[in-house]
Design a protein around this ligand. Structure first.
Ligand code: HEC
Length: 177
């Protein structure tokens, strides 16, 4: 029996002109909700492509690199061995810098200025150092202070982790070697 010969009620959808194994199918219009999901996904795909290829500033590689640095710095900070390399690595970690800056603003800014520009204490951003500018030098001054000149010893107050974070924050204002 051919499809067009199948009995049909008036007003029914047309039947497509083929029959397989005695099965014919209605030629129905795709439902609106289905068409909507199709068009929305096409629209989304174009928008996503534009964003990922043209408007996003950092590449996948840069994001991976940032995450690796973040993890490396967190591991060094957790190990508590703050040698020069570890402190420089920490100075490139966004989360450690945020912690270091918070400590700096509450503990150091009153003497060294909110922008490290100095005041009662010395300028910490200009690259001139009275007590040496290596991470170990800065760590030592912050830990032990320069009591006769009015720089308190922060090691006992802040503990090693916070001290290292604040030193990393100061280092982030200087070019790494
Ligand atoms: C009460 C004021 C005061 C506070 C608070 C203070 N400092 Fe100082 N800091 C000084 C003074 C004064 C000096 C200069 C010492 C000298 O002349 O030898 C100094 C020196 C330094 C130096 C050495 C700079 C150089 O050129 O070698 C560093 C590093 C430093 N401070 C870091 C910090 C950090 C980090 C904090 C917060 C945890 C802090 N200071 C809080 C007063 C302060």
């Amino acid at each position: 029996m051919s499809a067009s010969k199948l009995p049909q009620e008036p007003g029914e959808d047309p039947i497509r002109p083929h029959v397989f194994d005695g099965i014919a199918e209605y030629d129905k219009r795709l439902p609106n909700w289905w068409l909507l999901t199709l068009y929305v996904s096409i629209f989304f795909a174009i928008g996503y492509w534009m964003w990922s290829q043209h408007f996003r500033r950092d590449t996948d590689g840069q994001r991976v690199e940032a995450t690796v640095q973040e993890l490396r710095a967190a591991k060094l900070a957790a190990a508590g061995a703050f040698d020069d390399a570890a402190l420089w690595a920490m100075s490139r970690s966004a989360s450690i810098l945020a912690a270091g800056e918070a400590t700096y603003q509450t503990t150091c800014a009153s003497c060294h200025g909110a922008k490290l520009e100095g005041g009662i204490g010395l300028n910490l951003a200009d690259g001139d150092w009275v007590h040496g500018g290596t991470p170990a030098d800065i760590m030592k001054v912050v830990n032990e202070g320069v009591l006769v000149k009015g720089m308190p010893a922060w090691g006992p107050v802040l503990g090693p982790k916070k001290t290292a974070e604040v030193v990393a924050f100061i280092l982030s204002k200087h070019p790494a070697p």
